[in-house]
Design a protein around this ligand. Sequence first.
Ligand code: UD1
Ligand code: CA
Length: 449
Amino acid sequence: MTERTCLTVVLAAGEGTRMRSSRPKVLHAMAGRTLLQHVLEAVVPLGGRVAAVIGPGMDAVGGNVRAALPQAECFVQTERRGTAHAVLAAKPALTRGADDVLVVFADTPLIRTETLRRLRGALADGAAVAVLGFHAADPAGYGRLICEGEALVAIREEKDASAAERKVAFCNGGVMALAGRSALAILERIGDRNAKKEFYLTDAVAIARADGLKAVAIETDEDEIRGINTQAQLAEAAAILQTRLRMAALDAGVTMVAPETVQLCADTQLARDVTVEPYVVFGPDVTVEEGATIRSFSHLEGARVGRGATVGPYARLRPGAKLGEKVRIGNFVEVKASDIGARTAANHLSYIGDSTVGEGANIGAGTITCNYDGAEKHRTEIGNNAFIGSNSALVAPVKIGDGAYVGSGSVVTRDVPADSLAVGRARQVVKEGWAERLREMKAQGKGRA
Ligand code: UD1
Ligand code: CA
């Protein structure tokens, strides 16, 4: 049997006024990705084509679609006249035909690929329409699924429902699958004679039935179809997503004694035997290799942490931070755009930016790479086994050779050759008896020593 082809239409034309934000609703983010990207992510493994329907003037939304999925087509729904009207904005894509047509909402980011596959399975089994249903804790506002035995006979929108129908708790989650051979014919017959004067996608069920075609409901749990309309709902969905990501990390062999305090991104990669202490935040694009430990209150983004390395507590790894095996980055150390070689340690209070550090080096407390001259960024190179004394300022561009020492408190402005010592600070002056004389003069009511 040849595999069934698929077209997914992602509806993203909503304005999202209830977010009270200047940003389009579907561009709000959780776990490092926009709501729209989460939906696309669930759709991509299905294979097939993707069409996104966006509102007029929503260039940023179109840009986000193209960035996430360059092969997706974008269509503009010029007037907002209902979900069926929105799907028909993608008519050129529908006309090209597919065995299965899926309709998903871009503001429903917790939808899972597995569930979309189940809906397609119902089409493969002969249904013309398959609807994703759930039992709602509070059904208010949702379309109700009207069933007769196994068959789905209609979806009634809340505003059009009778008192008896409103008591039904089995609700429409919004995701629908339509058999491609009948999809367009059904969609084009949907009218707007209802309470909201909108073209309801949900009417596809009754129309299919009238044509003698089969409609079914596939059930999932409410969490998966949570739609986002407000900031509070965004926070709730983000919390559910965090739970999923933490469970996946634990299943992969990561140790977290307080996983509920750890924030992950959808793309965070933690290898087995990684330990993450409480209160760690992972921004986008972080990879941590086997056996590394990320200690409490650390913040990482765009970083790679090598095998057996230790980060934190209270460390910050910014984009381009690459730590080799067994590197130690301690408290109040910030690393940006720097490669740090194996076994090198920067244990306290440092800034390492735009640097290449060799293996086995020691970066003393308070070391700062002065990488910025107000206009441009410059690089610092520190060789293997170099020793940078505490409270040194390395003024880039500058190179510290292999095995070199930099004396504490130095301001290093010139390259330091391998195996040499550089001390760049004012010589210490000692005036013996000076303090004693000062005290005596004060006692006599005089001025200075
Ligand atoms: C819809 C369903 C309802 C279901 C609920 C689940 C219909 C008629 N109703 O209701 O049965 O229980 O979702 O959350 O489908 N959109 C457009 N263009 C439009 C209208 C909507 O792109 O002209 C998009 C919105 O951006 C949104 C999605 O379609 O992503 C759903 O629209 P919305 O108005 O939120 O539908 P509901 O009234 O919630
Ligand atoms: Ca909605």
